[in-house]
Design a protein around this ligand. Structure first.
Ligand SMILES: [Zn+2]
Length: 475
């Protein structure tokens, strides 16, 4: 497999070690299952409290660290002003997840000097027993991780845009969410695990009891019972009013029959992002493989999103009508996001199911984010997600993925005669060749060129006239 530095992004960052389930299955794949929740009134209140507790814990650690950094830098200034060399007398704080968990536990249990004191004279956080303790511990780990990213970026050990000091979590500004660990190692029978299914439509979570889930759970329950999936943690998040749970864990390898299908496409298949459709695929013989349309539903959803946007603009600021319009807009936006994600999953699955070799573009994600052409940025985003999914699913199914280098002129090359054009406007939907007279859909042409790309091919673009950014926007 050729990945050319394109990082495989697994669904979780948990390092995968050799683990066996209660049926002895080796578990090696990170997998996430997501379900929408239908909580009852009490559970809804508890969900909101947990999300609040996560924000509270994160802010607690950030404030401590910030005060410590400020104190040390102030002392350093005084020292340097007086010409004395030496370290500040305030010791630095430890930023590890472990030390954060211990510090917060002592603080909330009333065992540290600065623990809160309640009205009745008791010490510690009064409401700590109402919530699963894991909410605090996972938030502490997340705070440590955010700070580690910040400090790695400051030390210059992190590529990409510099990471600033983590933001304080303001209510209403961040997505309400929190995480609970399963607190069971693989190998324990599912029925004794803290996070487990309770019948076909209920998920049991610590302190919550059974929470109703929407959608079919049969597949994931069967995987859990057969020891082919072990849940590490559940992340709960509320978007556009709807709570969802993501069950993240490790799964067994796909069945051999899935990995070694015999009816796969024999020639390499190139996948290009489409502006009008999700993506266009074609093989090296120039035969269209599949055009992932499926955008009618998306277009309808986008149209209704636009209408909701206009309706919001007509309301009076601060009115009840504006509140309603805003929540309607959020719901429709969520729907567009959900439909797009579903389409991308369908397309990536179809590609790895039917091709033996896939060729995709190496997308420069940082460069794409700066692209201000709207249709382009949407198709970039969809293609970025599609590449990510194709890469991990291909690994599951034993399919080879070749990543064409960034400067391969897939759009500008004629798939008929190989002539490379200098410029090709984004609005030009049909590629017309002045040399051989070929007239072909722009995206299909690019997909065919990608399918024919050879891993050892030297870059054919000389970077003289146009800048890299200009090349990216037309290549
Ligand atoms: Zn030509």
């Amino acid at each position: 497999m050729s990945h050319l530095g394109l990082r495989l992004s697994p669904v979780t960052s948990r390092p995968l070690g050799p683990t066996n389930s209660h049926t002895g299955q080796p578990l090696s794949r990170s997998v996430t299952f997501q379900f929408a929740l239908d909580p009852n009134v009490e559970q809804r209140i508890l969900l909101a409290k947990c999300a609040g507790a996560r924000r509270f814990t994160l802010n607690h650690h950030l404030a401590r660290v910030k005060a410590n950094l400020d104190a040390r830098s102030a002392e350093r200034e005084v020292l340097s002003a007086s010409g004395v060399s030496g370290e500040p007398s305030t010791p630095p704080l430890s930023w590890t997840g472990f030390s954060f968990i211990n510090e917060f536990n002592d603080w909330k249990n009333g065992e540290s000097e600065d623990s809160p004191v309640n009205e009745d004279g008791t010490r510690g956080l009064a409401w700590r027993h109402e919530l699963p303790g894991d909410v605090f511990e996972c938030a502490s780990v997340d705070a440590a991780r955010a700070l580690e990213n910040f400090s790695a970026s400051r030390r210059g050990e992190r590529s990409g845009t510099p990471v600033g000091f983590p933001r304080f979590q303001a209510k209403g500004k961040v997505t309400p969410s929190f995480r609970l660990r399963n607190r069971a190692t693989p190998g324990r029978v599912p029925s004794s695990q803290p996070i487990r299914f309770n019948g076909p439509s209920h998920l049991r979570l610590p302190k919550f009891g059974p929470v109703k889930v929407f959608g079919p759970t049969r597949k994931v329950r069967r995987m859990i019972d057969a020891g082919r999936f072990h849940v590490y943690s559940a992340t709960l998040a509320q978007r556009a009013g709807r709570w969802t749970v993501s069950l993240t864990g490790v799964a067994a390898r796909l069945h051999q029959a899935e990995r070694s299908r015999t009816n796969r496409h024999a020639v390499p298949v190139g996948v290009d992002r489409g502006i009008l459709s999700l993506c266009v695929a074609a093989d090296a013989n120039g035969v269209p493989f599949e055009n992932f349309e499926g955008v009618r539903l998306l277009k309808q959803a986008q149209a209704s999103l636009k209408a909701a946007n206009r309706a919001l603009a007509r309301t009076t600021p601060g009115s009840k009508g504006r509140q309603r319009a805003r929540s309607r807009l959020a719901k429709r936006h969520r729907r567009v996001v959900n439909i797009r994600r579903h389409l991308v999953h369908q397309a990536s699955r179809a590609l790895v199911d039917r091709a033996q070799v896939l060729v995709i573009e190496d997308l420069n994600v940082a460069g794409m984010a700066r692209n201000r052409h709207l249709a382009r940025s949407i198709s970039d985003a969809a293609m970025g997600e599609l590449s990510r999914q194709v890469l991990y699913k291909a690994r599951w199914h034993g399919v080879e993925v070749r990543v064409a280098d960034r400067f391969f002129p897939s759009s500008k090359t004629c798939s008929g005669c190989g002539e490379v054009r200098n410029n090709l406007d984004l609005s030009t939907r049909t590629y017309s060749c002045g040399v051989c007279g070929l007239s072909i859909d722009r995206d299909l042409n690019a997909a065919i060129n990608l399918a024919r790309w050879q891993p050892n091919e030297a870059p054919t673009v000389t970077l003289l006239g146009p800048t890299r950014a200009a090349l990216r926007s037309t290549a």
